[in-house]
Design a protein around this ligand. Structure first.
Ligand SMILES: NC(=O)c1ccc[n+]([C@@H]2O[C@H](COP(=O)([O-])OP(=O)(O)OC[C@H]3O[C@@H](n4cnc5c(N)ncnc54)[C@H](O)[C@@H]3O)[C@@H](O)[C@H]2O)c1
Length: 413
């Protein structure tokens, strides 16, 4: 069963899948190694991920390892319709298309759960939240789940804190080989791509305000700095603010940065970081967007609903003429701009993230009986192995501690 936009797009989707897979060597190697033994045979996995060419490699891989796969998009706007069509042609149950309403998006998530998955792989925790609190989902027997992103880990930890977690969840985001690379370098590069496609203006000499200096904010700052932009960071955490300052960037509150920035990029996972009061004081022509997981960081509602007029001047770029006469431009309606206005992260970095996902899925299958209903990190040995595999794929060799060095490290004298 499936619901997608257009099955005829499968041919283009196949080419994109092949291109991605050929650049996701470490995931491809693992899949080829495990294919014969079919470790996921008899297991149904429900996925809620951005449907991109890289995601198609994980989904097809899970099927190659024997799983029944049901999937929906991780956001109403980010599905690549050709990929969804190709996945359907490969026997995957798909419920995703680009440009969904929130109601349609919600419907798709429930369709995935209707397949009665034993394992869930989520990005943002919408699937996990529905599995926990949706009335029709109370009888589901879920062995465990994996969560891809910071925002989703924070959300599922809030469920755990209330003592309501019904199965173990592996926080894939917290693996070093995930957040240090995907969040930083993946988002750094794909945000350049999204903003460029949306506006196609010069980055050099622009004042770019990066809101939040966590993993995503660090990557975005370094990549825009590399393009010649002048970076201003806003933060609430004194350590991160100090780090941004020492990295050579200007640090100031949003009330100040809002008045002087040319381009704004929210990277916090927090709600309401660019509000009406900031938008009203921005320079005429300022460009605003978000790359945090949810569309709650910028007050898009104020721009889209309370402006004098709104028109889409380029794909994914709304010109919002405020009542004070200023024009503010909003990328992708305030939704995750690197996926809405571009194609998300490059394949190489997603190979690491999805190798963690696959490792976590296999770990749950093997260990679920002894796992507690808690949010737990990816086991260190999986994380370290992925780092070794990634180095090997890039033909990078490193040193090994000698016996003398191990002894030295473990002695006090
Ligand atoms: N676009 C993508 O493809 C992509 C990829 C990975 C993660 N994400 C999402 O990006 C967001 C950030 O992820 P991260 O891994 O960098 O998280 P993080 O926790 O490392 O960093 C978030 C930072 O935002 C700061 N912050 C919080 N509230 C703030 C405020 N009001 N003003 C200024 N700064 C504030 C925090 O102090 C923190 O330093 C999350 O929503 C995450 O899910 C998106």
């Amino acid at each position: 069963m499936s619901k997608i936009k257009n099955k005829k797009l499968a041919k283009q989707g196949k080419l994109s899948y092949e291109w991605a897979r050929s650049h996701m060597q470490i995931l491809d190697n693992t899949l080829n190694r495990l294919k014969k033994s079919k470790p996921l045979k008899g297991v149904t996995i429900g996925f809620c991920l951005h449907i991109t060419k890289e995601t198609s490699v994980l989904l097809i891989g899970a099927k190659e390892l024997g799983a029944t796969v049901a999937a929906c998009g991780g956001n109403p706007l980010t599905t690549q319709d050709d990929i969804a069509a190709f996945l359907v042609s490969q026997g995957i149950h798909m419920y995703a298309w680009a440009g969904q309403t929130v109601k349609e998006y919600d419907w798709c998530i429930q369709q995935v759960l209707n397949h009665k998955p034993q394992i869930l792989t989520d990005d943002g925790s919408d699937l996990n939240i529905k599995a926990h609190f949706g009335k029709q989902n109370q009888s589901l027997k879920i062995l465990g789940a994996t969560e891809e992103t910071t925002a989703g880990v924070n959300r599922i930890k809030a469920v755990e804190k209330q003592g309501k977690l019904r199965y173990p969840v592996i926080a894939v985001n917290d693996a070093d080989t995930k957040h240090m690379f995907d969040n930083r370098y993946g988002t750094g590069q794909s945000t350049i791509d999204g903003y460029l496609r949306a506006m196609n203006l010069m980055f050099a000499a622009k004042r770019v305000v990066v809101v939040g200096y966590g993993w995503v904010g660090k990557g975005v700052s370094s990549r825009f700095h590399g393009m010649g932009s002048k970076i201003i960071v806003t933060e609430v955490d004194p350590v991160k603010a100090l780090e941004a300052h020492m990295d050579g960037f200007d640090v100031m509150p949003m009330a100040q940065a809002g008045k002087i920035g040319d381009i704004f990029i929210t990277c916090t996972g927090m709600t309401s970081v660019i509000r009406k009061e900031h938008l009203l004081k921005m320079k005429d022509g300022a460009i605003v967007g978000n790359v945090g997981h949810f569309d709650v960081e910028v007050d898009a509602n104020f721009l889209l609903k309370k402006s004098k007029s709104v028109r889409e001047v380029r794909p994914n770029l709304d010109e919002c003429t405020l009542k004070n006469g200023k024009k503010i431009y909003l990328i992708g309606k305030g939704r995750i701009a690197n996926l809405v206005a571009a194609e998300g992260h490059p394949a190489e970095v997603m190979a690491q993230s999805f190798s963690n996902q696959l490792g976590a899925i296999l770990y749950i299958l093997k260990n679920h009986k002894k796992m507690k209903n808690k949010v737990i990190p990816v086991p260190k040995e999986i994380d370290v192995q992925i780092a070794f595999d990634a180095l090997k794929a890039m033909n990078v060799k490193i040193d090994k501690l000698s016996k003398e060095q191990v002894k030295y490290m473990n002695s006090w004298d």
